[in-house]
Design a protein around this ligand. Structure first.
Ligand code: M6R
Length: 623
């Protein structure tokens, strides 16, 4: 959702801030803005829409700035060396220039960017209006800028500290004061901030993507911490105002991973990366001789895990679909009763938990507010929390007791693809790990290890059918509704296939457990309502074939994802996409790929913004 970039250093701030905003575009936004601090004067630009609109505003700026401020925008004069920038995803107030960040106080000297939500902003605003403050926007953020002004007594750091004690809610902020042009301040609670340490420059951002082009050295701030950045670099303070030293982390993601690399969209690049990303997720974690998974991130809690007799997996959206596959795996192969909860419902149910329950939290971004809230609830109840997270150093990664990273690199496209297949891969490792701690035999463990290792080549083979899948998409491009169907391990794939098609192409799609069709949904089937059916040769194959016949009997068209060599399926399905044979529990990793490609081509055919579908954000940081 919203994105923050702040710069203090020896270089021209503006290009770095704009580049940072572009790197954060994938998170979803509807307006943007930048404020530059130069010789105690401030220049601010805001625009609705894409960053390119903001760039236009800056390059076409005809305002009669005094010469000094003109220098702030002039690279030949060195430009401004301090600045803050923001992409906003509207929560309080429509997308507009007034509501876009940075926001300022009455004096126009304090400038602030903010991610998160200030819950008590209305009381603060009312109080400040009574004291004579004049507000220009509908946002919660502006209340904080005025509050800092109200508490300012010549020291910005002190005023920010005092203001943060007054507000409730969540924040990641970066702020400066024109009268103190030698520093910027940042603080965090419930919204991520990472400090990038360059050579004579500090870049602060809500996401490492905005930093990694300039430095690989980063400090992740924890809740309650504040950082003061000046020419000597950052000084960090804990929630008790004591100066602290924090570990410097190495950013492992590579800048090339965050670029399109010749593909027309990030989405198709990420779909095609899956042979490597599935391999990266399991690399170094499989031990064939022992038929076991080696999961370093769980070492510290391995004994606790041995005693777990119930698992709850919490996640949202696509991550939840992966979790549902995990439920089948963990129950069948590790023998542990497992249930999957929507992360956003977890807190509202009476949870019956004990010291033998583990809550597994799955999130690509590691920042999904609903999922983070579920972790906090589980921790509050004292149960073991395990994270399956892609983003190193993210809030969920740090909140959970232990965990496993996906290692798939940044997933830029809003629709999750490579993270999904990785999440199921990691769940298969966890199943091995927990299964072998219990009754799983060595032979079964070894068979699973062998099959996991063979997955990347099998995915490669499916990707070769991209051209055929595109033709199938062309054939169905006028359909306005789709059913996605599957049973057992591919039952969650029906939900995931429907999510992909909906979010990318805006075509109505619903996922059903195939056995459910005859209990109601089949009434919708006619020649204009096609089904996308996952029907690999597995233990429920015959049942699926019967359900397909029922659809066929009602003139419904069927696209089937079936196992290579299954010629019989062509008698029932109108179109068939083949996947190689694998172990039943691993079929979802393969059957996901045709569904992703189908949704991608449908969206491209409709001329849509594939990487940034309307109304969505990559990381959903509001509840
Ligand atoms: O970052 P997370 O994995 O926690 O995100 C969860 C969902 O918001 C996410 O999977 C969403 O459903 C995607 N748009 C799906 O493609």
């Amino acid at each position: 959702m919203c994105g923050i970039v702040g710069y203090f250093g020896k270089n021209e701030a503006l290009p770095i801030l704009i580049d940072g905003l572009k790197r954060l575009e994938y998170r979803g936004y509807d307006s943007s803005g930048v404020a530059l601090l130069h010789q105690s004067k401030v220049l601010c630009f805001k625009a609705v829409g894409k960053i390119v609109e903001l760039e236009k505003k800056i390059s076409e700026d005809k305002s009669p700035h005094p010469p000094l401020l003109k220098h702030a925008l002039d690279p030949e004069q060195g430009g401004a060396k301090i600045g803050i920038a923001h992409t906003r995803w509207a929560t309080h107030g429509v997308p507009s220039e007034q509501n876009a960040h940075p926001h300022s106080d009455c004096s126009g000297k304090i400038w602030l960017v903010h991610n998160g939500i200030i819950e008590n902003y209305q009381q603060i605003k009312k109080h400040l209006i009574e004291k004579g403050h004049i507000f220009k926007s509908e946002t919660d953020t502006e209340a904080l800028a005025h509050l800092i002004e109200d508490l300012y007594d010549g020291d910005l750091t002190e005023a920010v500290k005092k203001a943060l004690k007054v507000i409730t809610g969540t924040y990641g902020i970066v702020v400066f004061h024109a009268d103190e042009p030698n520093k910027i301040i940042a603080a965090k609670k419930g919204s991520p901030l990472v400090v990038g340490l360059g050579e004579n420059e500090t870049i602060i951002a809500s996401d490492v993507s905005a930093i990694m082009r300039y430095t690989k050295q980063a400090i992740y701030l924890d809740d309650g911490e504040m950082v003061e950045i000046d020419a000597n670099g950052p000084r960090i303070f804990d929630s008790f105002n004591a100066e602290i030293t924090k570990d410097i982390s190495e950013i492992e993601w590579d800048i090339n991973q965050a670029e399109k690399g010749g593909y027309p969209h990030f989405l198709i690049k990420e779909i095609f990366e899956q042979p490597e990303t599935v391999m990266n997720s399991v690399r170094g974690r499989l031990v064939l001789e022992e038929g076991m998974a080696k999961l370093g991130g769980l070492d510290a809690v391995a004994d606790k895990i041995r005693n777990i007799d119930r698992i709850i997996i919490v996640a949202c959206g696509t991550a939840r679909c992966a979790a549902l596959v995990g439920e089948y795996m963990l129950e069948e192969y590790a023998g542990i009763p497992t249930e999957v909860d929507y992360a956003h419902e977890f807190r509202y149910k009476k949870q019956i938990l004990n010291d033998k329950t583990a809550v597994i939290v799955m999130s690509q971004s590691g920042e999904t507010a609903d999922t983070l809230a579920a972790v906090k609830e589980a921790k509050e109840k004292g149960v073991l929390t395990l994270g399956i997270v892609n983003t190193v150093g993210s809030s969920i990664a740090r909140e959970t007791d232990a965990g496993i990273y996906n290692h798939v690199g940044p997933e830029i496209s809003v629709a999750s693809t490579k993270a999904f297949t990785s999440q199921i891969s990691i769940l298969s490792l966890l199943t091995l790990f927990m299964g072998r701690q219990r009754d799983m035999s060595l032979v079964t463990g070894q068979r699973i290890v062998n099959e996991i290792q063979a997955l990347p080549d099998k995915i490669r083979k499916i990707l070769e059918a991209d051209g055929e899948i595109k033709k199938i998409a062309e054939k169905y491009s006028k359909a306005t509704s789709f059913a996605f169907l599957g049973r057992k391990y591919n039952h969650p794939l029906a939900f995931e296939g429907a999510i992909k098609l909906k979010e990318l192409s805006y075509i109505h799609a619903e996922g059903f457990a195939a056995g459910e069709m005859k209990h109601g949904p089949i009434a919708m089937i006619d020649e204009n309502f096609p089904s996308f059916y996952f029907v690999p040769e597995d233990s429920v194959y015959e049942k699926n074939v019967s359900n397909m016949q029922e659809i066929k009997a009602r003139a419904g068209k069927i696209i089937a994802v079936a196992t290579e060599g299954d010629e019989k399926i062509k008698d029932i399905a109108d179109d068939v996409i083949y996947i190689p044979k694998t172990l039943e529990m691993l079929t979802p990793i393969l059957s996901a790929v045709p569904a992703q490609l189908f949704a991608y081509h449908m969206a491209v055919l409709k001329g849509l913004d594939v990487d940034k579908p309307r109304n969505l954000a990559k990381s959903v940081t509001v509840e």
